[in-house]
Design a protein around this ligand. Sequence first.
Ligand code: PCA
Length: 218
Amino acid sequence: MPEPTLLLTGFEPFGGETLNPSQAIVQALDGEVIAGVRVAARVLPCCFGGAPGALAQALQELRPQAVLALGQAGGRPDLTLERVAINLADARIADNAGEQPVDAPVVPGGPAAYFSRLPVKAMVAGLRAAGWPASVSHTAGTFVCNQVFYALMHALRDQPAVRAGFMHVPWLPEQAARLPAPAPSMPLAAQVEAVRAALGVALAHQGPDHAAAEGRTH
Ligand code: PCA
């Protein structure tokens, strides 16, 4: 039996930035064993053309029993567990390869959306209990993060036993400090600790997700 593996992905910096917290987090957690499962980290290129292929290669190589993909959501104040990936790429800025798709499907002919297969509400509850601000998000946007989330769920559509989903993380203080207006941020050590806690819940949780009300009116 191969060792149980969790694939943890992050992204390289994008949009002219020199840092991406998701990259730093996955590098910090690479090789760690959480709830008996070894973390294998991969950093994905932030480009529509290259990210799904890099993800597919990692899935093929590692055959993970669980996957958490991470990305930066600058401006969000907390850790957000994404609930839904949509079959749409609509880029406000160019990706790292200079591509800017508008109204393109992630997978032509694919379903409109996939839901996360992680217990997002249990993970939010676990994060809050450990002292980390977190919430459920109902949109991962329409940029490369949503594309990777959708591609992940599409790739695993015939492997329902694999737990997989996406979490957005806030800016690092170093990034927020470069902005002209005040912006929310969270230090790297805190983000690493929080992702470790979230992974612990994701791997240990059994049965249906918590039934806590985490919906939105907007
Ligand atoms: N955040 C972007 C893409 C890469 C990243 O870290 C997004 O939210 O789409």
